[in-house]
Design a protein around this ligand. Structure first.
Ligand code: UN1
Length: 506
């Protein structure tokens, strides 16, 4: 990154699977750009809100069809910019299409209610009204799907959006923005501003102080989410926060162990562990622990890692920063842990090779998969989110203990249990504090129309997706309409019908 005369900084994003390939090169804007864009959005939003919502729904339909028509090229760009295997990148783009498909019809609903009044000749109503200008700040690991969870409902509901994508994913952000514009979203209703994290925070502070931002959406780390939550709180705003996780998988004595291993492999190491829903720690019942560990280690040791355009479980880390941070977290693995999963740990290189690696490890930023067996609650590995291909395994004896281990770190995003016993399912669902619970399924891979979000260190209770996200991007307005021609006072001029409170049956 270098400073330029305009006050911004020059930034380059390279393909993490081939670091000689520059995918995006351009200016990251100075902090003022955020408030400037929000000011432009303020006027644009007023016009956009007057477009009937069924017509906005048509725009979302058009965006969805365009994303579908460009699915392969957008997915290829996701793979090239952030290193997600192409098959997964196609799934990510499908999630954008699914989100558009869900919300295109919402334009014809956005239901309010008619509510009876306590007085005659008076009627009560509720309306959903757009919040105004939304600033959306997203992460690089899901550069298209997660932004669409914000952008699509926000726009459908009549808001204008200023989107600050991750520095690591500006090329995908530009491509996705152009698809929204081509689908009919006016340029000033959706503006995308490439910016670095520190400038974004400063810019957001001044935009909030200037009163030009009405809603903030943020997907990223708990640490930054906490700072954004504090900042928004000072401006009496409650942001939509989607933060980190340390997602537990509980393997009960009666679990289908093969299925559990498959789920742990996918959610622990798919996307190189770089999902907020990635598996953190497997808690295996003592009676199946050793068998589970043997199967899991074998699966991880033999899985294909490498070139994300090939058929691999996972490709490179998103960029050098992600790789370096991940290497730091490997220090949390201690001498009482047994390490499994690969022919080495840390970065995969010619001198630290991974058996069966697909492609040339030196061309990109790859990390060995690591399983740390023997995690206990006092370990730093127990309550630290380690964004990358590192999964802990620990043991438990009772359901109460499993729940304590699943909840004790204070994160509460996703969780999973493998069992054939309905009693275990229900006890786990009731006891786990996570916003999302999977039964005989992995911690990742939520469908795009269920509420997505977490509790505790994973978020402030906000939910994305499905009808639930409408409460993030609209506010309820209530209206009462008195057509009696008189001032009727609520709670005072009410109708009371006589009753006989002493009446008893003979
Ligand atoms: C994220 O990592 O921020 O449930 C989102 C999943 C994906 C979304 C992950 N559909 O794993």
């Amino acid at each position: 990154m270098t400073s330029s005369a305009a006050g911004g900084t020059h930034f380059e994003k390279r393909n993490p699977a081939d670091t000689s390939d520059v995918v995006w090169s351009g200016e990251l804007l100075p902090s003022d750009a955020l408030a400037d864009a929000a000011r432009t959005a303020r006027d644009a939003q007023v016009r956009w809100a007057t477009v009937p919502s069924p017509a906005r729904g048509r725009v979302i339909a058009q965006v969805g069809r365009l994303v579908e028509a460009n699915k392969e090229s957008l997915a290829a760009l996701v793979t090239r910019e952030i290193g997600k295997p192409y098959a997964e990148a196609l799934g990510e783009v499908q999630e954008v299409i699914d989100t558009c498909d869900f919300f295109l019809g919402e334009g014809r609903r956005l239901y309010g209610q008619t509510v009876p009044s306590e007085m005659p000749d008076k009627q009560l109503f509720t309306f959903r009204v757009p919040v105004g200008v939304a600033t959306i700040i997203t992460a690089g690991n899901f550069p298209a799907a997660v932004p669409s969870w914000y952008l699509v409902p926000a726009l459908l509901c009549g808001n204008a959006v200023v989107w600050k994508p991750a520095e690591t994913a500006n090329a995908v952000a530009q491509a996705l923005t152009s698809l929204f514009h081509a689908g009919g979203v006016p340029g000033d209703v959706l503006q995308t501003v490439p910016m670095a994290g520190a400038e974004t925070f400063t810019g957001l502070s001044s935009a909030l102080a200037a009163g030009v931002v009405d809603k903030v959406g943020f997907t990223g780390s708990t640490e930054v989410g906490r700072a954004i939550g504090e900042l928004c709180g000072r401006h009496l705003q409650s942001p939509c926060l989607e933060l980190g996780g340390k997602n537990p998988m509980v393997v009960m004595p009666d679990a289908d162990l093969e299925l559990a291993v498959e789920g742990a492999l996918f959610s622990g190491f798919g996307t190189a562990g770089q999902r907020c829903t990635s598996l953190g720690t497997v808690w295996a019942h003592r009676s199946v622990h050793d068998q589970f560990v043997a199967g899991f280690a074998e699966a991880v040791e033999s899985c294909a890692v490498g070139d994300p355009t090939s058929d691999v479980l996972y490709g490179p880390m998103i960029d050098e920063r992600f790789l370096a941070r991940f290497e730091g977290w490997l220090d949390l693995v201690q001498s009482h842990h047994t390490v499994r999963g690969s022919s080495g740990t840390g970065r995969i290189t010619a001198s630290n090779p991974r058996a069966g690696f697909v492609g040339d490890p030196e061309a990109g930023l790859y990390a060995h998969p690591t399983i740390a067996v023997g995690v206990v609650q006092s370990d730093a590995l127990y309550d630290t989110e380690t964004f990358g291909p590192l999964v802990g395994v620990g043991v438990f004896d009772t359901m109460d203990e499993a729940l304590e281990l699943a909840n004790g770190h204070g994160y509460g995003l996703s969780s999973s249990i493998y069992t054939r016993d309905p009693r275990s399912v229900w006890r786990f669902r009731e006891g786990v504090r996570a916003g999302m619970v999977s039964v005989n399924n992995s911690t990742s891979g939520a469908e795009a129309h269920l509420p997505f979000g977490g509790n505790g260190k994973s978020g402030n209770g906000s939910r994305q997706s499905g009808v639930w996200v409408l409460d993030q991007f609209t506010r309820w307005q209530s209206m009462n309409w008195d057509f009696s021609g008189q001032l009727q006072k609520a709670q005072m001029d009410t109708v009371d019908l006589p009753s006989d409170p002493g009446f008893r049956l003979p």
